[in-house]
Design a binder for this molecule. Structure first.
Ligand code: F6P
Length: 387
């Protein structure tokens, strides 16, 4: 639906951050504001708490000064929420229950009241789906891909991922010294939702002995065997890095809860504890679990993420200010390009089981719990193999 009130080259642009926070959001806000104002003379209106703030009309103009010093600051000065889907909006009923409403028409009206000519959405998969639907209603929308999960298609990577991976890698370094001192198995559960990118990259960087991800189904005996073999070779500790979305061998998903205020109600969490318990029972080795949780999302972004977020922010400002719509900025090789938002959300970008990182990890002896266990093989018989 084309809207004659919306000009193709905007004078006032709304900017919001949606979904879970992520290191580098503030670097995008800084780069976007400075480029839109400084290079294009366009007014930037920061919308608070994502789409929720848009509905409630909570917004303020951002100027050069307000975004000063933000490049290394974690979180988002605009605030965010993962419960603001206009087509799945939670409303508290008079009896205290939660009702789900479609408030998209009201949100669109707010956008027009605020005289916003275009909207820039910094978000992950959920936010890009919403951006796409707003685009279909005639709103010129530009997306900026953020998520620690790295699961958006059409971009080589998202900002926030590198920081999360660095935190996992450092955590594994720390767990390794205590695991080795106490001759224990340490299971570390990391985020990533349905994709295993954080576990794969963080586990590899930290030198985990076993990495379990949703994309590679595992078998208990294969995991136990590797832990036992290491012990037989005198390495009486193991590090097992588990993605929160990893399914158990019977296909079961482990959830810590359901939150129907979200478009996807599933709250993943707890698979690490289940796996730790099984490893202890299956190997007899003392086992502990660490759930890294929101440490992966908080705090200062790495230099890599600051750079990527800055380049994305600049590119998004250039794109929206020249009148582009329905596109997301993306990294392709070393270039920042624009791609249709539709391409970014077509499929969730999960880890191909034969991805070069998986192959490299296997080459250095990392196990994924899918290695066949030869029938009748004793752990001692092949203890000399592998790590
Ligand atoms: O999408 C980012 C993410 O951190 C996921 O990895 C994780 O499953 C989820 O958000 C956690 O959400 P919340 O902060 O609402 O617990």
């Amino acid at each position: 639906m084309a809207d004659s009130n919306l000009r193709s080259v905007p004078r006032r642009v709304g900017l919001l951050t949606g979904g879970g926070d992520c290191p580098g959001l503030n670097a995008v806000i800084r780069a976007f504001t400075r480029t839109a104002r400084g290079r294009h003379d366009v007014v930037v209106v920061g919308i608070e708490d994502g789409f929720e703030g848009l509905l409630e009309g909570r917004m303020r103009e951002l100027d050069y000064g307000e975004v000063a010093g933000l490049i290394g600051e974690g979180g988002t000065i605009l605030g965010t929420t993962n419960k603001g889907d206009p087509w799945h909006f939670p409303v508290i009923a008079p009896d205290g229950s939660v009702e789900i409403h479609d408030v998209s028409a009201r949100m669109l009206a707010r956008l027009r009241e605020a005289a916003l000519d275009a909207l820039v959405v910094v978000g992950g998969d959920g936010s890009m789906h919403i951006a796409q639907r707003f685009g279909a209603l005639g709103v010129p929308v530009v997306g900026v891909p953020k998520t620690i999960d790295n699961d958006l298609s059409a971009t080589d990577t998202t900002f926030g991922f590198d920081t999360a991976v660095s935190i996992v890698s450092e955590a594994i370094d720390r767990l390794t010294t205590t695991a080795s001192s106490h001759h224990r198995v340490m299971v570390i559960e990391v985020m990533g939702r349905y994709a295993g990118w954080i576990a794969l990259a963080g586990g590899m960087a930290g030198g985990a002995d076993t990495i379990l991800i949703p994309e590679v189904p595992f078998e208990w005996e294969s995991v136990f065997r590797h832990v036992r073999q290491r012990a037989l070779r005198g390495r009486r500790f193991s590090i097992v890095c588990v993605a929160e979305g990893t399914k158990l061998p019977d296909g079961g998903e482990v959830l810590r809860g359901l939150d129907r205020r979200r478009t996807d109600a599933k709250q993943l969490g707890g698979v690490g504890a289940v796996i730790a318990r099984q490893i202890e029972e299956g190997t007899g080795l003392e086992t502990r679990v660490t759930v890294l949780g929101h440490l992966q999302r908080g705090g200062t972004p790495t230099a890599h993420d600051r750079l990527l977020a800055t380049r994305f922010g600049v590119a998004a400002a250039d794109a929206v200010c020249r009148g582009d719509a329905g596109v997301m900025v993306a990294l392709r090789g070393t270039d920042i390009v624009t791609v249709p938002i539709a391409d970014a959300i077509a499929t969730l970008r999960t880890v191909p089981p034969d991805h070069p990182w998986v192959q490299a990890a296997r080459s250095v002896g990392t196990r994924f719990g899918d290695e066949p266990v030869p029938t009748g093989a004793s752990a001692l018989g092949d203890a000399a193999q592998g790590t």
